[in-house]
Write a protein that binds this ligand. Sequence first.
Ligand SMILES: [Zn+2]
Length: 241
Amino acid sequence: MLCAYTKENASVLATEAHKNDGPFHCPECETELILKQGRVKIAHFAHLPNTDCSYAGEPESETHIETKLEIYKALQLQPGVSKLQVERYLKEVRPDISFCFEQRYIALEIQISPLSFDELIRRTAAYTKKNIYVLWMPILSLEMFSGRYAPKEWERDLSSLYNGIVYYWSHGLDLVPVEFEKYMLTPGRYSSWSEKASKRYVSPKMLPAVSILKLSPLRQPKRFPYPAARLWGLPVDDASA
Ligand SMILES: [Zn+2]
């Protein structure tokens, strides 16, 4: 974990914490956490062994942690951004980054590992209930630059949820919105069909990069199987233009 609570119940980042600020504790299970500021791994907090806290489970990848910190540092420099926090504890959800901008609460979920449909729905609904606009963002990969891409199931889910666009994070505050267009298979010499769309591959259409702060709040009505949702994204008209 990058963030813990001090004895005064103030949240503190491991990269900015001093040993003297401790003892630190976990917002979920309230047990004491160990501050680890080594040379090899990025500073973080760790539970004691044999805890059954859900936050102690699978460790996040270095990429996930580095991305979180890069976005956090970029947002720190932006005027108008307030209440900026990494891993804010909101009981049902814990956004990687959250902040207030133009009187709206925004949560960023950096997605690297597989995401189940149920979890996507659960967290999106939880944010919506708390009047928070959520942006789910995978990380841009080189694969996107080839004309053929095999999106994972959860990337397709994100595309459906966000009106046909997935927002891939590239660096700093920059996102590359991507539309999944049909990837047409060319028939072989002896096949009877003329041309058909691949089920596995899409042709990624990369839209111009956009800053996280240039996106807008979207109030998405309930649309089966998606619940009503507060999303942070491109306005629908702009997106299809
Ligand atoms: Zn805990």
